[in-house]
Write a new protein. Structure first.
Length: 442
């Protein structure tokens, strides 16, 4: 069911219900007013007959069967009139009066059955006379029905007109949505340009802005994937070329030269393996894959596991210092990501630190977060290059890595709500990674 039809049915049903209640109220009030007017006509006719009788010669005391025409008594058509004495003798009757006498014992209004038909009568006492006027209920109901029908036809026509206007108004109100739909249908499948639709109601502007933001995010994702593919192809081409070259040299040489070429080919294969592992980890971190394996580690355990993984297990070059107030609570992120982030920071520090110098890893609590501070003793990074440290495949002139370690750390920071800060000084680079920790049960 379309939105236009659903809105039309819902609002139309509400309109019809409200109009039906209003019409029922109006018609009921109109019926009551009509019956009151007919009753007042009986009263007025009775008083008018009484006034005429006062101007006419006295009626004989025994006037049973005396008849007057409706014109003589000025009785409206369809109404009967009867004049009787206090003793019940009928002194005069109009020609429209039924054969059965009208009951005139009680004053005022009365419903009675005469000649098998219901009548509505009114009796007025004037001196020694009783004047009774009456009309048939069937005629009263027919008149009332005709009035009600005459009043209900405009109401029905107005309701149908409102429903038609409602259908047209909803269609006009949904026209911007239709324009947005048509604009999306006309777009090329590869087009990520923002939608430009004017004019647009204020209620639909957030939808248009959200749609354009989605296009922008999709464009950035596609551009990032293209750049990753291009950079990966470029980076993987170099070690593959080196491996192929060294193997060709080894095939053509003997002895020490051959061993040296094979060793360099193996180094190239190791570098290629590390690059592929880093690419796979980066793709998993930036994707929607889950790393939650149920394993929880506190900050010190994360640090020690990262030290074991860094630099192929050469943990003697890394100095670990733990502050006394360090919490034993687990870190509030998957342990595998926390270990990978700290390991990449240590690998980067070891790569830029002389072989006879240690890399320092300090752990301390800052509020509800633990800070991992990695300090190397290398030449440092120029201030203009700090902004490029977390870019993919970016390397400084003296770096021998693949340029993915810090990019992975940045992706982990963005995914897990951590913090990352670089501070380059003449005596080396300091990197601070802040990780939230879980609250211990009190």
């Amino acid at each position: 069911m379309s939105l236009r039809l659903r809105l039309s049915l819902t609002l139309g049903a509400a309109f019809a219900l409200i109009w039906a209640l209003a019409a029922a109220w109006m018609l009921s009030d109109l019926r009551n007013q009509m019956m009151f007017s007919l009753d007042q006509r009986l009263v007025a006719s009775a008083r008018m007959v009484a006034g005429l009788l006062e101007q006419m010669p006295p009626l004989p005391s025994k006037g049973e069967g005396t008849h007057f025409s409706a014109e003589q008594l000025s009785i409206p058509g369809g109404m009967a009139c009867q004049v009787s004495s206090l003793r019940g003798e009928i002194l005069a009757r109009s020609h429209g009066t039924p054969e059965q006498p009208l009951e005139a014992e009680k004053m005022g209004f009365r419903d009675q059955m005469i000649d098998g038909a219901p009548w509505r009568s009114f009796t007025l006492a004037r001196g020694d006379l009783r004047i009774t006027t009456a009309d048939r209920q069937i005629e009263r109901e027919a008149l009332n029905l005709s009035v009600l029908l005459a009043a209900s036809v405009p109401v029905g026509v107005a309701l149908l007109g409102c429903l038609c206007l409602l259908w047209l108004g909803i269609g006009q109100g949904l026209a911007p949505l239709n324009r947005m739909r048509d604009a999306l249908m006309r777009r090329n499948a590869d087009s990520l340009e923002p939608l430009q639709i004017h004019p647009l109601p204020s209620e639909l502007r957030p939808l248009l802005e959200t749609q354009n933001q989605l296009f922008q995010r999709i464009g950035k994702t596609i551009e990032r994937e293209r750049r990753l593919t291009g950079d990966a192809a470029h980076e993987l081409r170099s070690p593959l070329t080196a491996i192929k070259t060294h193997l060709q040299v080894a095939r053509m040489t003997e002895g020490a030269a051959r061993d040296q070429s094979l060793a360099r080919a193996e180094e190239g294969a190791d570098r290629l393996h590390r690059t592929l592992e880093q690419l796979l980890l980066l793709a998993r971190v930036e994707g929607s894959l889950s790393f939650d394996d149920g394993v929880q580690c506190n900050a010190e355990q994360v640090a020690r596991l990262a030290i074991q993984d860094a630099a192929s297990g050469d943990s003697r070059r890394i100095s670990l210092q733990v502050s006394p107030g360090l919490s034993d609570a687990p870190v509030q992120m998957p342990a595998v990501l926390a270990i990978a982030a700290v390991r990449n920071l240590l690998d980067n520090a070891l790569r830029h630190t002389p072989g006879d110098t240690e890399v320092e890893l300090n752990l301390e609590m800052i509020g509800q977060r633990v800070r991992f501070q990695v300090r190397d003793h290398g030449p440092g990074i120029a201030a203009d290059d700090l902004q490029h440290l977390t870019q993919r495949f970016w390397r400084s002139g003296q770096s021998t890595g693949c340029g993915l370690g810090l990019a992975i750390v940045q992706a982990i920071v963005q995914r897990c709500g951590c913090g990352l800060h670089f501070d380059s000084r003449p005596d080396g680079l300091r990197v601070e990674l802040t990780v939230p920790v879980q609250s211990l049960p009190g």
